[in-house]
Design a binder for this molecule. Structure first.
Ligand code: KG4
Ligand code: ZN
Length: 337
C-alpha cells in the first residue's frame, strides 16, 4: 500500500493507492489564496503547503480507512515545480518513509501525468496499456510525448514560450475574468460563435511538435486595444472567447493527432488541467475517431494536479523493480522529462 504526496505548484495533495486502485485522493487547492494576485505566488504556495499538509495527510489515511503502519512505501513529487513548494511535500514524504521504515520514491510530475489517463473510476487498467502519443496540457506546461512502452517515453515537443493554460488564463485576465480564467472562458465560449474572429494558430503548419502560445495572447491584446467595445457587449465577448478557444484547441488537437499518425501508434492520451476544457475534449474525440485512434483522456479529477497519479506511477515503478530514491535526495525543480 503506497502513500503519495504532491506539492509541485498550488495543490496540496495526498493519496493512498494499492494494486492500481485509488483508495483516497485528497486535493486541497490554493486557488483562492493566489486569485487576488492573478497568479501563483511561490512564497504563499510554500506556506499553504506547510499549513495544509498535516490535515491532507491525515484525511488521505482516514478516507482510505488505513493506518500509517499499513503503508509499505511512500512516494512524493520530486520535480519539476516551484522549489520550495516541492520541498514541503518531498520532505514530508521522506520523513514518513524514514519513520515507517519503508521505501521512498521521488516521482517526476509529468511522467505521472502520462499514466493518469489509464485510470477509470479510481482503478488503473495497465493490461490495456498500448504505445501512445500523450498530450500534457496545463497552466505551466504543454508537452507532447511518445510513450513507447510503460516507463519508456520520449518528449516530442513542448511549448517554446507560454503554456496553453497560461494562454487561457492571460486571455481571461485581459477580458476581466478572475484567475484562473480557463474554466470561466470555457463557459463563456460555450455560448459564443467560434468563427466570429480569426486568431492565429501558432506553429500549426510547422513540421515540428513544438507549441507557441505567447503570440496568440498578444494578438488578443492588440485586438482588444482596437475593439474595446467588445468588452461591453456580452454576445461579442462570448464570440471572442469562443474564437480564442478554437485557435488554442485546433493547434493542440491537430498537432497531437498528426504526431500519433506519423509515429504509427494506435492511441492518444491527454491529461493536465486544460484537458478539462469542453471543446478540447470534444474536438480531440472527433479527431481521434476520424483518424482511427483510440483516445484516453484523464477523468476530470485526475486532470488537475493530484497525488493519486504519483502513487499510481510509483507502484508501477516498484513492480518493475526500479530502485528506491535516497532519503537524503534533493528535489529537482527543473527536472526534464
Ligand atoms: O494541471 P493544472 O491544475 O495545474 C497547473 O498547471 O498548475 O492546470 C491548471 C490550468 C489553468 O491554466 C486553468 O485555467 C486550466 O488548467 N483549465 C482550463 C479549464 N480548466 C482548467 N483551461 C481551459 N478550459 C477549462 N475548462
Ligand atoms: Zn500537472
Amino acid at each position: 500500500m503506497i502513500f503519495a504526496i504532491e506539492t509541485s505548484c498550488d495543490e496540496t495533495s495526498a493519496a493512498v493507492v494499492q494494486g492500481g486502485k485509488i483508495l483516497s485522493n485528497i486535493v486541497s487547492s490554493q486557488t483562492q489564496v493566489h486569485a487576488e494576485y492573478g497568479g501563483v505566488v511561490p512564497e504563499l504556495a510554500t506556506r499553504e503547503h506547510l499549513h495544509n499538509l498535516p490535515t491532507v495527510v491525515r484525511r488521505a489515511l482516514d478516507t482510505a480507512g488505513v493506518q500509517a503502519s499499513d503503508l509499505s512505501a511512500v512516494a512524493a513529487t520530486r520535480g519539476p515545480g516551484l522549489p520550495n513548494a516541492l520541498l514541503a511535500g518531498y520532505n514530508c514524504g521522506q520523513g514518513l518513509a524514514f519513520a515507517l521504515r519503508v521505501s521512498f520514491t521521488g516521482i517526476h510530475h509529468h511522467e505521472a501525468h502520462l499514466y493518469s489517463p489509464w485510470v477509470t473510476g479510481a482503478v488503473a487498467d495497465f493490461d490495456a496499456f498500448e504505445p501512445n502519443v500523450s498530450l500534457i496540457v496545463s497552466g505551466g506546461h504543454t508537452i507532447l510525448v511518445h510513450v513507447r512502452a510503460e516507463l519508456d517515453h520520449a518528449v516530442l515537443g513542448s511549448t517554446l514560450d507560454d503554456a496553453a493554460g497560461e494562454c487561457f488564463d492571460k486571455t481571461a485576465k485581459l477580458i476581466g475574468l478572475p484567475y484562473p480564467g480557463g474554466p470561466a472562458l470555457d463557459r463563456l465560449a460555450s455560448e459564443g460563435d467560434a468563427t466570429a474572429y480569426d486568431f492565429p494558430r501558432p506553429l500549426l503548419r510547422e513540421a515540428g511538435d513544438d507549441f507557441s502560445f505567447a503570440g496568440l495572447k498578444t494578438s488578443v491584446r492588440y485586438f482588444l486595444e482596437r475593439h474595446q467595445d467588445v468588452l461591453a457587449d456580452q454576445q461579442r465577448l462570448r464570440n471572442l472567447c469562443a474564437s480564442v478557444q478554437a485557435a488554442i484547441v485546433e493547434v493542440l488537437v491537430t498537432k497531437t493527432v498528426r504526431a500519433a499518425k506519423r509515429l504509427g501508434v494506435g492511441c492518444v492520451t491527454a491529461s493536465g488541467g486544460v484537458t478539462c476544457n469542453s471543446q478540447l475534449r470534444r474536438d480531440l474525440r472527433v479527431a481521434c475517431d476520424n483518424a482511427g485512434l483510440r483516445l484516453r483522456m484523464a477523468e476530470r479529477n485526475l486532470c488537475t494536479d493530484n497525488a493519486a497519479m504519483i502513487g499510481i506511477l510509483s507502484e508501477r515503478k516498484i513492480l518493475a523493480g526500479v530502485a528506491a530514491t535516497a532519503l537524503d535526495s534533493e528535489v529537482l525543480p527543473s527536472w526534464s522529462l
